[in-house]
Design a protein around this ligand. Structure first.
Ligand code: ATP
Ligand code: MG
Length: 410
């Protein structure tokens, strides 16, 4: 029988986990089990992140159990059964067992339950419907253990029916395949996802964008993205098919230099295009202002030529850094390197380091200096200053104040 040895899985026994489970067990013994990502990842030998707990206790009883143990509890989604208990700074999502009684494709109407297998039936994939008690015994109402060694995500029940209940499951399938899958994905699930892709348009932009970012944050999502492109899911989602070639090259940079996946840069690589396209995407996906700004910087054409020249020309690099800022410059240098087919991509990392450390020197001339030379405050003075500054930049910030003022007098 498969069993998770608590001695080998520190997340099961660390003090925060123990205190939360103690609190729940004190209210009703053996009524609470680990579920979802933590059990799945432990079985797949993948790092465990947040801990989700399923319980037979009703939400009010969970709140009371936490209070009795002196733990903070937040009713994060109490009407559908979820209470977040915070212990030693760590959030534990505790959700009462539920069964779906009706779904409208977006929001399920749920009833609380005491039955573990009813709770398992409403979960998306068999690998996500595994429960572990504190001793590590696995409870597997849907047959998910069979999927562990194949690392394959199989829907609980009929894929078509499950997708119609919540179209986000299409994207979750690609996300989990990207992160943990190996070999060919379950063909029934994949076919149903492709067939029902039109339903993705019923999802809120926020859910789609959050899910897309999680997908793009996988160490190597190329294969999943290729499937999405092939099945027309990307087209359905974004209105464009995107460039897998540039995306693959960015991912290759991450792999080669052991960089943390950067979902925004990967998105920029995928969708390509210029500021107009980014604007459309930002609105369509309801991105935050900060996200839209970062993406806009990554495609801003203002210094396009200088970015391309930057690889062999530090003066061009400095002009581009000044025009774009260090972050957008680095993004553009990476995208430029990724966009090249042959010869092999030039090393954008040196440029990124240069950009991060480079400080633009202070422009030595002020409006006051010009007034001393007899200029009247106004547009003429502004134009003269701009002209001087452009000259100073073109000369790589070398001309001194005296030299610049002498130039004016000429
Ligand atoms: P991770 O936390 O690594 O993203 P996870 O599997 O824990 O992965 P969560 O979004 O935290 O994902 O959800 C916890 C569990 O709740 C899932 O494992 C799954 O059983 C269930 N679940 C979450 N979202 C859905 C959904 N849209 N449809 C069906 N079940 C879901
Ligand atoms: Mg989780």
């Amino acid at each position: 029988m498969t069993h998770l040895d608590p001695a080998k899985h520190a997340w099961m026994t660390r003090s925060s986990t123990r205190r939360v489970m103690d609190a729940l067990d004190n209210a009703m013994p053996s009524a609470s089990r680990f579920v979802g990502g933590c059990v799945r990842n432990a079985l797949l030998n993948e790092p465990v992140g947040d801990i989700d707990i399923a319980t037979q206790l009703l939400p009010d009883a969970v709140m009371a159990a936490a209070a009795k143990a002196g733990l903070k509890a937040i009713p994060t989604g109490i009407e559908h059964g979820t209470v977040t208990i915070v212990c030693e700074g760590e959030p534990f999502e505790v959700t009462t067992l539920r069964k779906d009684v009706a779904t409208d494709g977006r929001r399920a109407v749920v009833a609380f339950s005491e039955d573990w297998s009813e709770d398992a039936q409403r979960r998306d994939f068999r690998l996500n419907a595994l429960y572990a008690d504190r001793t590590g015994i696995i409870h597997d109402p849907t047959g998910g253990l069979a999927d562990v060694s194949a690392r394959r995500f199989v829907f609980v029940g009929e894929p078509e029916e499950r997708i119609r209940e919540d179209y986000l499951r299409v994207l979750r399938l690609y996300r989990f395949e990207a992160w943990y899958g190996s070999g060919a994905p379950d063909s029934k699930g994949l076919e149903a996802s492709a067939r029902l892709k039109d339903g993705l348009s019923t999802l809120s932009a926020e859910r789609v964008w959050a899910e897309l970012k999680k997908l793009l944050s996988a160490p190597n999502p190329s294969k999943a993205m290729e499937m999405m492109a092939m099945q027309g899911v990307l087209q359905q989602l974004l209105g464009v098919n995107g460039s897998l070639r540039v995306l693959r090259a960015i991912i290759a940079q991450d792999v080669e230099y052991a960089l943390a996946p950067d979902s925004l840069l990967r998105f920029a690589a995928l969708v390509g295009g210029g500021p107009e396209r980014i604007k459309t995407m930002a609105a369509k996906l309801k991105m935050s202002n900060a996200e839209a700004q970062r993406l806009n910087g990554a495609v801003d054409p203002a210094a396009r030529e200088d970015v391309h020249k930057a690889f062999g020309d530090l003066a061009a690099a400095e002009r581009a850094i000044m025009a774009l800022g260090a972050q957008a410059f680095e993004d553009q240098a990476r995208l430029a390197a990724a966009g090249e087919t042959a010869p092999p991509p030039r090393d954008w990392r040196l440029l990124a380091k240069y950009a991060a450390e480079w400080k633009q020197p202070d422009f030595p001339v002020s409006g006051g200096d010009l007034i001393l030379l007899g200029y009247e405050p106004g547009p003429m003075l502004g134009d003269a200053l701009d002209e001087l500054k452009a000259h100073w930049v073109a000369e790589r910030f070398e001309p001194s104040k005296d030299a610049l003022l002498a130039r004016l007098k000429q």
